[in-house]
Ligand binder design. Structure first.
Ligand code: SAM
Ligand code: DTB
Ligand code: SF4
Length: 336
């Protein structure tokens, strides 16, 4: 059995050295760590819903929802509660355990936050785990969400500190760290990852993973997105990342954050079944499930279920969220 060492002091050179390992050696290491800490044949499934779409004040170079880009996306107001509940019910019916609601805001106003909290409470009422991604949060807002029973908050670092300015200029890397600290301090599970394939170097990929791994506690959930190239955005013509480099990054995430759920996130619609299978072998154990991400397509639910069946993999059972939170291994291990 592989001993799992939990570290928060990785250097860039150490991470790059792991990235440079022969592919089979890297995957063997990642799979060993994965097996020591998780059932390798289980996958956690989250469904996404855009509850407020487009007209965002930020300029994230990859995003269809920025008002600064001409992606042709039609902006929509905050969705009524009933529509959100219907979407959550449908996602639950299909087998999703967690429902993640995203809004194209730089940050929520306190008034909007109260409306979103009604959604969180209603989705909880269906017996699903809840996740939100609403942009930056103040300390008080994070506290309010915790009181409302929110399970996870997603806020991505997106890329390395060095590459960050090439992608986003309207908020800083440190702003993102600050929101993550508010979420962590409030006692909400942290979901944070980034995007690969935006023209960054391998060192940048290592740099992003280093930032995540060197947080005081590892995020419970680490979404690794492959850029979905969207017409009208500055990154529409970015070179497609070598699929094997993407798999390597998944393996690195698994090695650096051994107890975290590593989510094979956006970009799966453009991945072969074989590439996804390699990602699971490298330690990915979570996916976005359902035909829509926020504004772009995800694989059909049936295709995903068929792939899991072919791989002999099963959906992680949805258990009572309180019990589940108590079971998250990193809460135990990282407190040591
Ligand atoms: N507005 C909020 C924010 O930025 O925090 C929440 C929604 S935002 C769309 C959530 C995350 O989705 C981004 O941080 C980014 O990592 C990911 N994302 C957005 N557009 C993407 C794309 N075209 N390809 C891959 N990932 C993308
Ligand atoms: C994350 O890391 N990826 C999700 C979720 N967190 C919110 C969003 C992916 C968005 C992909 C592009 C789109 O559909 O607009
Ligand atoms: Fe706005 Fe989020 Fe898109 Fe950035 S990623 S433009 S903050 S919706």
């Amino acid at each position: 059995m592989t001993d799992t060492i939990l570290r928060h002091d990785w250097s860039l050179d150490e991470i790059e050295a792991l990235f440079d390992l022969p592919f089979n050696d890297l995957l063997f290491r990642a799979q060993g760590i994965h097996r020591a800490n998780f059932d390798p044949n289980r996958v956690q499934m989250s469904s996404l819903l855009s509850i407020k779409t487009g007209a965002c004040a930020e300029d994230c170079g990859y995003c269809s929802q920025s008002s600064k880009h001409a992606s042709g996306l039609e902006a929509e107001k905050l969705m009524p509660l009933e529509e959100v509940v219907q979407a959550a019910e449908a996602a639950k019916e299909k087998g999703a355990g967690r429902f993640c609601m995203g809004a194209a805001w730089r940050n929520p106003t306190d008034r909007n936050l109260e409306r979103v909290i009604e959604m969180v409470e209603a989705v909880h009422g269906l017996g699903m785990e809840t996740c939100l991604t609403l942009g930056m949060l103040t300390e008080a807002q994070a506290e309010r969400l915790r009181l409302a029973g929110l399970d996870y908050y997603n806020h991505n670092l997106d890329t390395s500190p060095a590459f960050y300015g090439n992608v986003i200029t309207t908020r800083t890397f440190d702003d993102r760290l600050e929101t993550l600290a508010h979420v962590r301090d409030a006692g909400i599970n942290v979901c944070s990852g980034g995007i690969l394939g935006m023209g960054e170097s391998r060192r940048d990929r290592a740099g992003m993973l280093r930032e995540l791994a060197n947080l005081p506690r590892h995020p419970e959930s680490v979404p690794i997105n492959r850029l979905v190239r969207i017409e009208g955005t500055p990154l529409a013509e970015a070179d497609v990342l070598d699929p094997l480099e993407f798999v390597r990054a998944i393996a690195l995430a698994r090695i650096l954050m051994p107890f975290s759920y590593v989510r094979l996130s956006a970009g799966r619609a453009g991945m072969s079944d074989e590439m996804q299978a390699l990602c699971f072998l490298a330690g990915a154990n979570s996916i976005f499930y359902g035909e829509r991400l926020l504004t772009t397509d995800n694989p059909e639910a049936d295709r995903d279920l068929a792939l899991l069946e072919r791989l002999g993999m099963k959906t992680e059972q949805v258990v009572d969220t309180e019990v589940k939170a108590a079971k998250i291994p990193c809460s135990r291990a990282q407190a040591l």
